[in-house]
Design a protein. Structure first.
Length: 207
């Protein structure tokens, strides 16, 4: 049985998922946006940030998100930033399909992550990811431009927003240009285990 297609991102209260420039990644606002996730045990283990870390519902959500995912799809800008920042064994541990206009040979990393580069659009990328994922879910990992294309094409079944108590004012907006007339949402989950984040999960329906 085919799995779901979902995305899961951290978002500022005013709707941004990243600063405007990649050079600001790891800056103050990014750290405030992602402040809830860095202490989590599962995240620290996957990113090789050192042992220990918090356990609890936030950590469960991080772990469950990693575990449900059989393959990921990401945009080239997310990949370009990650290529500089991920550890030698990137956190995915499954096939990752990068949508891009620039061809590149697959990049095989230790630990089970292979990045392959697809230049014929989001549907071809999703076909590739679905095949790799088997009966597990496909995560549209990011960034904003890529997620929006999948959402507007009606290819997303469900998404989770980790809403952080920070205002960006500018940056990469996730829902800018969304085809709001076609998409209806049903809230299917919510959790606010700490004061650092609220997790909101929506099923995507067509109007
Ligand atoms: N807050 C979070 O949880 C979260 C999660 C994930 C990512 N992010 C952040 O999001 C930012 C990146 O987002 P973004 O919106 O700027 O970029 P993006 O979606 O990662 O990548 C966009 C690029 O992907 C390629 N692309 C996208 N669709 C394509 C298509 N249909 N055909 C061919 N190529 C296609 C193009 O690159 P080329 O033309 O160069 O090939 C395009 O410029 C990063 O800063 C990342 O850290 C945040």
């Amino acid at each position: 049985m085919a799995g779901m297609v979902f995305f899961s991102v951290s978002m500022s209260l005013d709707g941004y998922i990243a600063p405007e420039s990649l050079s600001e990644l790891m800056g103050r606002r990014w750290m405030e946006l992602q402040g809830w996730v860095f202490p989590q045990r599962s995240f620290r283990e996957r990113l090789q940030l050192g042992g220990g870390g918090e356990e609890g519902r936030d950590d469960d959500i991080v772990r469950e998100t990693f575990e449900r995912t059989g393959a990921s799809v990401m945009g080239r800008r997310m990949f370009d930033a990650g290529e500089r920042m991920w550890p030698e064994s990137p956190p995915f541990r499954h096939p990752v399909v990068v949508v891009t206009h620039r061809e590149r040979e697959p990049w095989v990393r230790p630990g089970g992550t292979t990045f392959s580069f697809v230049t014929d659009g989001i549907e071809a990328a999703l076909d590739r990811a679905r095949e790799a994922a088997g009966d597990r879910d496909v995560r549209i990992a990011g960034g904003g431009e890529t997620i929006l294309q999948f959402l507007n094409a009606g290819l997303v079944d469900e998404f989770t927003i980790a809403l952080s108590p920070v205002l960006f004012g500018a940056g990469v907006r996730i829902f800018e240009g969304v085809d709001a007339g076609r998409i209806a949402l049903e809230q299917v989950g919510s959790a606010a285990p700490s004061s650092r984040v609220t997790h909101l999960t929506y099923a995507v329906r067509r109007r």
